[in-house]
Design a binder for this molecule. Structure first.
Ligand code: ZN
Length: 270
């Protein structure tokens, strides 16, 4: 599932491509991916422009020049692709295609994911329960320490709880725990001050590094896209069971923790 770095990469690359271009056609192949009648959706969107794109947690918000917004969640397996011409398009089923004259933005694999139309006020209400953005400069060690004291859960589940922090999922939880040298089964409220500091720095470092590297989505966003997916080969534990830990050489383990696939080093994570 795309997480904060993947959505941030999409936001950055899409902002360079679809902003201020007029929407000339909308194709809806799967009505369940939207939240209103297709005719109303088309009517609201046609001839509009996208003014800006905002990310919150794993969501993207596309601000239309009418004041309405798209709320996108890719869930499991959702992808996007921007084609320059009619034939520039991956051989995949597209649930929604938004055209900007020749160019088009395709939404692929939206089985659980969706592209909903809302007012900004509705979106703020819908996303009201999201926890802080871990990369916000206002999110400090003091705020983080305060949050961890109230949490009895283990790292593996709490870091993925969107009401605790917005944007972290299965892969980055494992990468953050590895970087912080903490076992994913540790309880947040039992960490020492030093361990809490290490965890806080690791959250920021791992997410920022993954954004700079382009996240782990495998499909490029457009032909010639060199950024998307760059983090895939840089994961240190995720999907690397049976390989040697780059810090201590011991084999990386894969285990199910709270029914979630978990990868870690049992030697140098304590
Ligand atoms: Zn190790």
């Amino acid at each position: 599932m795309p997480e904060l770095p993947e959505m941030e990469t999409y936001k950055k690359l899409l902002s360079e491509r679809v902003i201020n271009k007029q929407i000339t056609k909308v194709l809806i192949n799967r009505e369940k991916s939207i939240n209103v009648e297709p005719s109303l959706f088309t009517q609201e969107v046609l001839n509009r422009k996208i003014n800006s794109i905002e990310r919150r947690g794993k969501y993207l918000i596309f601000h239309l020049d009418s004041g309405k917004c798209f709320l996108l969640h890719l869930m499991l397996g959702g992808l996007m692709y921007v084609g320059k011409t009619e034939d520039d398009s991956p051989a995949r089923t597209k649930q929604i295609i938004i055209h900007f004259n020749e160019e088009h933005l395709s939404f692929i694999g939206l089985r659980l994911g969706y592209l909903h139309l809302h007012s900004y006020k509705e979106i703020n209400e819908l996303l009201d329960k999201l926890g802080p953005n871990p990369l916000s400069p206002q999110f400090t060690i003091n705020e983080f320490t305060g949050l961890t004291r109230q949490r009895r859960g283990i790292l593996k589940t709490t870091l993925q709880n969107q009401a605790f922090l917005a944007g972290i999922g299965n892969c980055y939880t494992d990468e953050i725990c590895f970087e912080a040298r903490l076992l994913p089964t540790r309880k947040l409220n039992e960490l020492s001050d030093e361990e809490t500091n290490r965890l806080f720095s690791s959250i920021k470092n791992v997410l920022n590094f993954a954004i700079d590297s382009g996240g782990y989505i495998e499909l490029p966003l457009f032909t010639g896209d060199q950024l998307t997916g760059g983090y895939n080969s840089l994961c240190k534990v995720y999907d690397r069971n049976g390989e040697n830990c780059e810090r201590c050489g011991v084999l990386i383990i894969k285990e199910s923790i709270s029914s979630k696939k978990t990868y870690y080093c049992s030697n140098c994570q304590k």
